[in-house]
Design a protein around this ligand. Structure first.
Ligand SMILES: NC(=O)c1ccc[n+]([C@@H]2O[C@H](COP(=O)([O-])OP(=O)(O)OC[C@H]3O[C@@H](n4cnc5c(N)ncnc54)[C@H](O)[C@@H]3O)[C@@H](O)[C@H]2O)c1
Length: 268
């Protein structure tokens, strides 16, 4: 798509009047999701660790420059107080919180996430602390706020790594599988009060940051094994998050939805 071209969804205002928090929004999928939610009319609060504040500020500027309403915040998924503050700032700035996209993950530690025999305790603990316990922490603080507004949507970013077998990165997959269980619990516990909880399971998504750093032979290999003419883009995931946040997702609850171009079909 050229810079001047309108996206295919231009003009869609499914999220007008809604408030959404995107947790883990500095780059990649979270950034694309914030742009999509704001583009569809949501007021958004976007957060990432303090060290990424410049990226968050530039995202906020981009949304505001295109006529949207956006606010930035710092948080760390391992720090309960900062997650509480993120949600409180969301409520204060947005008026109501109707959707929370819990998208963060530590994707640096993954390179040390070798196999179940050799992986260090440090890697196990860090991976679970950010990628799984962080998700429970944000659920703890987001759910009461969502219920105040009559329910709303908790949307988690899991991964297809949670439903296929892989020879490496066991801790990542275990954390993502835990998110899938959290989704089913949250939907079951609060569904009748109007809360919907779902997970998006991306396949390989080539974010702008990964485009140059990910080996091209690996990208070609995934494409070769897959069921789509192309690899995933952050906007593919953002589109599903927007659907789940909108009224169009009203009767989708407790689901772990692969958005992977059908690529998990080839693992059977
Ligand atoms: N890109 C893929 O191929 C792919 C595939 C499957 C799942 N995912 C998942 O999608 C999500 C986004 O990944 P991405 O590819 O866009 O990568 P990314 O590195 O661009 O995004 C990761 C986000 O997590 C945030 N984050 C990292 N550590 C944090 C911490 N301690 N506290 C708070 N926030 C923290 C970062 O600020 C960043 O915004 C992740 O949950 C990832 O596991 C990605």
């Amino acid at each position: 798509m050229s810079e001047s071209a309108q996206p295919h969804w231009a003009g869609s205002r499914r999220l007008a009047g809604k408030g959404a928090v995107v947790a883990g929004a500095s780059t990649g999928i979270g950034r694309a999701t914030a742009l999509r939610l704001a583009g569809e009319g949501a007021r958004v609060l976007v957060g990432s660790p303090a060290g990424e504040r410049a990226l968050i500020d530039s995202l906020v500027d981009e949304i505001r420059d295109s006529g949207g309403e956006a606010y930035g915040a710092d948080f760390d998924a391992t720090d309960e107080a900062s997650i509480a503050a993120l949600i409180e700032q969301g409520a204060a700035h947005l008026g109501s919180i109707d959707a929370v996209h819990a998208n963060f993950a530590d994707l640096q530690i993954i390179f040390e996430d070798s196999d179940a025999v050799s992986v260090s305790d440090e890697v196990i603990e860090r991976t679970l602390d950010v990628n799984l316990k962080g998700m429970i922490r944000i659920t703890r603080h987001a759910v009461p706020r969502l219920l105040e507004g009559g329910g709303g949507a908790m949307i988690y970013t899991s991964s297809t790594a949670s439903i296929v077998g892989e020879a490496t990165r066991p801790c990542y997959a275990i954390a993502k599988s835990g998110i899938n269980a959290l989704v089913r619990h949250t939907a079951s516990r609060w569904g009748r009060e109007g809360l919907r909880a779902n997970a998006v399971l991306p396949g390989l998504v080539i974010t702008p940051e990964k485009r140059n750093s990910m080996p091209t032979d690996f990208q070609a290999e995934v494409l070769e094994l897959g069921r789509s003419p192309r690899l995933g883009e952050p906007e593919d995931i953002a589109a599903m998050v927007a659907l789940l946040a909108s009224q169009d997702g009203y009767w989708i609850n407790g689901q772990c939805i692969a958005v992977d171009g059908g690529n998990t079909l080839s693992r059977g």
